[in-house]
Write a protein that binds this ligand. Structure first.
Ligand SMILES: Nc1nc2c(c(=O)[nH]1)N[C@H]1C(S)=C(S)[C@@H](COP(=O)(O)OP(=O)(O)OC[C@H]3O[C@@H](n4cnc5c(=O)[nH]c(N)nc54)[C@H](O)[C@@H]3O)O[C@H]1N2
Ligand SMILES: Nc1nc2c(c(=O)[nH]1)N[C@H]1C(S)=C(S)[C@@H](COP(=O)(O)OP(=O)(O)OC[C@H]3O[C@@H](n4cnc5c(=O)[nH]c(N)nc54)[C@H](O)[C@@H]3O)O[C@H]1N2
Ligand code: SF4
Ligand SMILES: [Mo]
Length: 677
């Protein structure tokens, strides 16, 4: 296998998928005369085993799509109109240096805001040299995220860190709970492992307020109302304690607070829990007994259940289950979420940090930040994200971006709905054009990504963008002189980089198998799992005084907006908003789905174009009457951009109970006929 970039013959180059997806598949790009002609899964990759997905199978077309941005662009029309003229790098860099310099002179560094998401989750292209760059400007800082932080902080309250089991170890389980995760869609390379477990006799249970394709493939589907799972966990704990499923030895050695927890859950009978989450008490009894009896039982979760106002507390409570039953003792027991934090054993990205102690804003609340920050933000840099489509309160984000007194710089591959608001757009490379290392969050292999082709046009990797911007703004830091290889080398430790580069992947230096808490060793100060402790807000955690989806959430009147709106990833061919412009015709387009009871109560028929609305906005969408949600719950899938209306116009941007994360699934709407004009 050759790894050279410039070659005229046909050769294969190993790489790793960069998308914000747990699978981080290994791939091989075939290059002919300098042009990528095929991309297929690397059959040697231990996790993805030669398969990619319906999104990335079309990646090469996206790389060469005629609408790729290949030069810097300077805005010529009104903000948002997407009218730009091509510019040279020198012109664009000078304009940014002049305008951002003027903002800093007039308003100070904190009038500048960097904003990124995980368009690539690569070690150096997602975030590295941006840190010394923005630190030198003294910019404000974005903290928080719409993805993963609420789950992590909830687990950390119980375990002291977000670390859990290797998801692939569920193959050893006798019972698998897929809790708030749509494995077959969002984590597809784990599904064969689930099927292996089932073939060996395991029962597969899905717990989700929506009937997903994963629920359809389960042995047992449990459908609580959205945002009520903490009550379900408390009801399960009640049964486990009452019926003697507690591993008292494990609990005594490795946890604190069991007695207080047991006293508390004594009041959470299956009847009380069932009333809160809309389930029969028998369902909770049976689920808890199955969980207590199975040896071992494995919980797999990702981020689906975190987008509620009590999202972190749910994960904090969920973490108690495998401690109470001692399921952490066994291979195939315990609980898996993102395994991203295990990458710390080989990756130290703090080498890119720079002292930067300025005001912070929640990155999940960009609309509020751009419209309410005081003093205001006057210069914004966006890379690796499309917040006008992907982030809640998207109309507020548009309003912020449309401000005349805001100068916006976007680095992108395509003219997204967000890039359309930029003053200057810089052209970004795709994964087959840049070097990177990918720390995965769904398995324990680190991936290497060798560039397969030269960058198209004048596109540059993000690292090179920061180098050029630093030079244009006269910012000195030794790290701007480092090559991409040197940046990677500085951040990796305890791993054979040559082996990683030649094979394309290497397992993190961790015990195999990984049994993280078989003998305690939690990362809390006491080294014990904290089932109940004063500094963990246990009352808030275990007495959800209101179930957000049912009452009190979203700050919108429940009489006026009686439906809970779920806005899930239903799209097989999109990765968040990526690919929707190019593969959108292959998906059906946005729609709203209701249960027949809710549709007929409103006089609505299948196929009618209806209004879906709340105080934040209004969409007109075709109605589907279906059986995926219960009465009281509506679905509008998301991800389309361009001409399509974005459902995040309606969603709630309140932070979750850990201060980070966003409760975008605690959104209330009404659905009604379109009234003739
Ligand atoms: N095809 C495809 N794959 C993807 C993505 C994509 O866009 N397309 N996106 C990637 C990204 S960025 C991420 S973070 C992962 C996310 O992976 P997942 O967490 O698996 O995906 P989500 O669809 O966000 O949420 C999973 C499920 O949580 C359910 N849910 C919502 N509220 C609740 C609740 O209160 N309780 C319970 N029990 N369940 C609830 C939803 O109905 C949904 O079916 O997927 C990744 N993979
Ligand atoms: N309603 C609703 N909203 C959601 C979700 C949901 O389930 N429902 N899911 C949420 C989740 S889990 C997430 S993670 C977010 C994702 O939100 P975003 O990260 O904003 O969504 P993406 O579509 O992944 O946008 C990534 C962009 O980065 C660009 N990009 C890719 N690689 C590079 C690169 O190397 N350099 C540069 N400069 N740009 C690059 C791509 O072209 C793409 O436009 O959305 C969230 N929003
Ligand atoms: S998007 Fe996910 S499933 Fe598809 S190739 Fe990338 S890592 Fe694999
Ligand atoms: Mo995500």
């Amino acid at each position: 296998m050759s790894t050279s970039v410039a070659s005229t013959d046909r050769h294969d180059v190993p790489g790793t998928c960069h998308h914000d997806c747990p699978d981080s598949c290994g791939w091989i790009t075939t290059v002919e005369h300098g042009r990528a002609v095929a991309l297929r899964g690397n059959p040697d990759h231990p996790y993805s085993a030669g398969e990619l997905c319906p999104k990335v199978n079309r990646l090469v077309r996206r790389v060469y799509a005629p609408d790729r941005i290949l030069t810097p662009l300077i805005r010529t029309g009104p903000k948002g109109a997407g009218e730009f003229g091509p510019a040279s790098w020198d012109e664009a860099l000078s304009l940014v240096a002049e305008r951002v310099g003027a903002v800093i002179d007039e308003h100070g560094g904190e009038a500048v805001l960097p904003w990124n998401s995980a368009g690539t989750q690569g070690l150096i292209q997602m975030s590295s040299l941006d840190r010394p760059f923005f630190a030198a400007l003294g910019s404000s800082r974005g903290v928080g995220s719409v993805c993963g932080l609420a789950a992590r902080s909830g687990f950390s309250m119980t375990y002291g860190s977000g670390r859990g089991a290797d998801p692939s170890d569920l193959r050893h389980a006798e019972l698998v709970l897929l809790w708030g995760t749509n494995t077959r869609l969002t984590n597809r390379h784990l599904w064969p492992v689930v099927e292996d477990a089932r073939a060996a006799g395991a029962e597969i249970v899905v717990i989700d307020p929506m009937r997903t394709i994963t629920a359809d493939a389960a042995d047992w589907f449990i459908q609580p109302l959205p945002g009520t799972d903490t009550a379900l966990v408390l009801g399960m704990l009640h049964v486990l304690v009452r019926d003697g499923f507690v591993d008292h030895d494990y609990v005594a050695q490795y946890s604190t607070g069991f007695d207080e927890l047991a006293r508390h859950v004594a009041t959470w009978t299956p009847e009380r829990a069932g009333a809160a989450c809309g389930l029969e008490p028998d369902t909770i009894e049976r689920l808890a007994r199955r969980y207590g009896e199975a040896s071992p039982a494995f919980i797999r979760t990702l981020i689906g259940a975190e987008h509620h106002e009590h999202g972190a507390r749910f994960f904090r409570a969920l973490g108690c289950l495998p401690v109470v039953t001692g399921s952490w003792r066994h291979l195939g027991g315990g609980l898996a979420r993102s395994v991203g934090s295990w990458a710390d054993v080989a990756v130290d990205d703090s080498v890119f940090d720079a002292p930067h102690d300025t005001r912070t804003f929640h990155a999940g609340q960009l609309g509020r930040t751009l419209t309410e920050a005081d003093p205001a933000i006057h210069a914004l840099f966006v890379w690796c994200g499309n917040p006008v489509v992907s982030h809640p309160q998207s109309e507020l984000i548009r309003r912020g971006l449309a401000r005349d007194d805001l100068f916006t710089v976007v680095s992108e591959q395509f003219l997204t709905d967000t890039a359309a608001y930029a003053d200057v757009v810089f052209p970004a490379t795709t994964q087959i054009e840049n070097l990177d290392v990918i720390p995965a969050w769904g398995h324990l292999y680190l991936g290497w990504n060798e560039p397969a082709i030269e960058p198209l046009g004048e596109a540059v990797p993000n690292t090179e963008l920061w180098r050029r911007l630093a030079a244009a703004m006269h910012i000195d830091d030794e790290r701007f002189t480092w090559s991409d290889e040197e940046l990677i080398g500085a951040a990796l430790h305890d791993i054979d980089v040559e082996e990683l580069r030649s094979t394309g992947f290497v397992r993190l230096p961790l015990p195999d198998p990984l049994l993280p808490y078989a003998e305690g060793g939690f990362a809390t100060p006491s080294a014990r799992a904290e089932l109940w402790a004063g500094d963990l807000d246990p009352v808030g955690a275990f007495v959800p005084d209101h179930m957000p989806a049912i009452e009190g959430a979203d700050g919108l009147g429940h009489g006026e907006y009686p439906l809970v709106l779920l806005t899930p990833k239903l799209h097989v061919r999109f990765l968040n908003t990526t690919y929707s412009r190019h593969h959108g015709e292959l998906e059906s387009g946005p729609f709203v789905e209701l249960d027949a009871v809710d549709a007929s109560a409103r006089g609505l028929g299948d196929g009618d174009v209806v209004r879906v609305y709340n105080d934040r906005g209004e969409l007109h969408l075709p109605l589907r009457i279906g059986d995926r949600v219960r009465p009281g719950v509506a679905i509008v899938p998301w991800g389309w951009w361009g001409a399509a209306q974005a459902v995040n116009a309606l969603t709630n941007d309140a932070a979750t109970d850990c201060g980070s994360g966003v409760a975008y699934l605690d959104t209330r709407v009404e659905v009604a006929p379109v009234t003739p004009a």
